[in-house]
Design a binder for this molecule. Sequence first.
Ligand code: MRU
Length: 349
Amino acid sequence: MNLKTRTLQWDGTCLRLLDQRKLPEKEEYFICRNDSDVAVGIRDMIVRGAPAIGASAAFGYYLGTKRLMMDEKLKGHELIEKMNDVKKEIGSTRPTAVNLFWALERMEKIFIKNVDNPCLLGLLEKEAYDISADDIRINKTMGKYGAELLNDGDCVLTHCNAGALATVDYGTALGVIRAAIESGKKIRVFADETRPYLQGARLTAWELMKDKIDVTVITDNMAGWVMKLGKINAVIVGADRIAANGDVANKIGTYMVAVLARKHNIPFYVAAPVSTIDIKTKCGSEIPIEERSHDEVRFCGGREITPAGVKIFNPAFDVTDNDLISAIITERGILRQPYSESIGKLFID
Ligand code: MRU
């Protein structure tokens, strides 16, 4: 995506987040001047998607340190104590995407090691910058591996938005599609609308159209029929957290798509950076699943669509069992079953 509309931009003082709540109607930026602004940006889904959340959190951590050191003139123990609160505030925004905690921990390591170093702020800013620059490089590498799995002429179904908007740029699942197209293959995309937040209809369709990639939006309940009609050759989705056994938490509805893909003998691929693998979480049932406001289900297009007082359940993610996943595409290569082994190997130093 061109720099003008990049998901997040660091200008040396502020973090500018493309306000994804307003897409596709408006392209506006939300300016984060301090750590609390970044927490709001993540909690309110101004920025969303696991890698983009992680990169934003890293800049939030830097802005928090800067505020405490420059405005509140804290140092030493007091600074360490208050930085725990900053980490807690940013870490409490969204529980499922592990990249949030991964990025905060990476920042905290630099902070603790250099707390008395006069260059602390510079080192933290550099770390946050590296996390975001690495994300683009990782997505491009992942894309190259994943592109090998697609054939010229394939039509790919994707769920939610795992694209440039969910990362610093290029995307994970959509990065694979971009890389396949860049290698000369003709690829078409079906995007599930992804109720209730409509990331597929609003965001995936928007960014693919901007890149002139052939995209067709369907409602979530059409996926099975579209597969039965023989229109889909592969499914590719992103991930918010991958457990050590290969179970994958991703946007609600992903599990349903994986079951349908198995029924129709369609390969189901997950594309995610290694930072999305949570080796400490043994299996999917241990992954915390975020529940969001009932209003997201109650309202559609600004109109209340349910009878007053009806009960609502709104889990934002689900878990796809590893046996439904044909391969996990990472920047370190393509992982296959048994995932406990292929994932385990990535974490042996
Ligand atoms: O609630 P969201 O929009 O943050 O959920 C995003 C997803 O589920 C994505 O598929 C996932 O984060 C992978 S993004 C590369």
